[in-house]
Design a protein around this ligand. Structure first.
Ligand code: PBG
Length: 329
């Protein structure tokens, strides 16, 4: 006789619904969007089909459509014209940065959404790095001073949460201090806590034309600041520092190849854990789906579910809009 028959709890859709342990909700999702200066632009990113660089006007409309689908949080990334880039990323700390105006316009059109910004120099740096290159090295402390200025401008523009993605040491505390000094005590920090030097950022760098330049005086990759994919206890060390420095969220990036790290942080910290399901992870699925090798409408929600099950409270994903659309169809 077999007393235990686990299949009994899988026998129908309604029983499966009843015992389901993990659910992804549109409330959990952050939708990353790329922005470009100009008007009437909707420019598809070839290595990330279905994702676009938008100008302010078309972006405001797109956010409206996403809000109608139930999405509430958006992360913005600016594409900067090559002419505006320099080694110090000066345009990123300029009050004239068009990206700040875009944020203001979005917030006045859609006051209820949560707008998150990425804080790093790479969109603005002619070297394609998240910090400043001095004598062939990334200068940590000089970079942090610029990130502080950038953060204050972004808070002023109306961003609700700032996401330092640069991996410089001490930047979370320095940004917190700069924000507080300027009175932005309610601007949150979603720290890219464990951001790995991954091969999965390719389509994102295509979208912004932000890859490290090939030049003997410039480091060819980001391995002196982004973490080694082999390391796990180092993620705990980074998380300890972010907690002490005042982070409001801890982020792991990428997501699927790092589910163990998401789980580890969820088990060890009381802050909300965010996972960034990055461009390359999404591109792999889209490419396979385009070839007819995977069923997109099945793999897409399964992917988000896995990230949530591992322990992510918040998932930043290019799938967010498609997931929300699936829910309403
Ligand atoms: C830049 C930044 C990157 C991503 C987010 N912020 C690229 C990088 O570090 O080179 C990647 C996101 C993605 O691939 O979707 N600091």
């Amino acid at each position: 006789m077999m007393l235990e028959r686990p299949r009994r709890n899988r026998k129908s859709g309604s029983v499966r619904d009843l015992i389901r342990e993990t659910r992804v909700h549109t409330d959990d999702l952050v939708y990353p969007l790329f922005v470009q200066e100009g008007k009437g632009i909707k420019d598809e990113i070839s290595s990330l089909p279905g994702n676009y660089r938008w100008s302010s006007d078309t972006l405001i409309e797109e956010i409206g459509r996403c809000s109608d689908l139930g999405l509430k949080s958006f992360m913005l990334f600016p594409k900067i014209d090559g002419k505006m880039k320099d080694p110090q990323g000066s345009y990123g700390t300029s009050e004239d940065n068009y990206y700040l105006k875009v944020a203001q316009d979005i917030k006045s059109a859609h006051p209820h959404i949560t707008l998150i910004s990425d804080v790093a120099l790479d969109p603005y740096s002619s070297d394609g790095h998240d910090g400043i290159v001095v004598d062939g090295q990334i200068d940590n402390d000089a970079s942090v001073a610029l990130l502080q200025q950038m953060s204050v401008l972004q808070a002023q523009a109306g961003f609700d949460i700032l996401g330092p993605s640069d991996m410089m040491d001490g930047r979370v505390g320095a940004i917190r201090e700069a924000l507080d000094d300027e009175g932005f005590i309610n601007t949150g920090i979603m720290s890219y806590t464990a951001k790995y030097a991954s091969a999965l950022y390719g389509p994102f760098r295509d979208a912004l034309d932000s890859a490290p330049v090939v030049n003997k005086d410039v480091p060819k990759d980001k391995k002196t600041y982004q973490m080694d994919p082999a390391n796990k206890s180092e993620a705990l060390r980074e998380a300890d520092l972010d907690v002490v420095e005042g982070a409001d969220f801890l982020m792991v990036k990428p997501a699927l190849h790092y589910l163990d790290i998401i789980h580890l942080l969820k088990e060890n910290y009381n802050l909300p854990i965010a996972a960034y399901h990055v461009s390359g992870e999404c591109a792999m699925v889209l490419a396979a789906a385009q070839k007819g090798w995977l069923d997109y409408n099945q793999i897409m929600p399964e992917t988000l579910l896995s990230i949530k099950r591992a322990g992510a409270d918040v998932i930043i994903s290019y799938f967010a809009k498609d997931f929300a659309s699936l829910k309403t169809t």
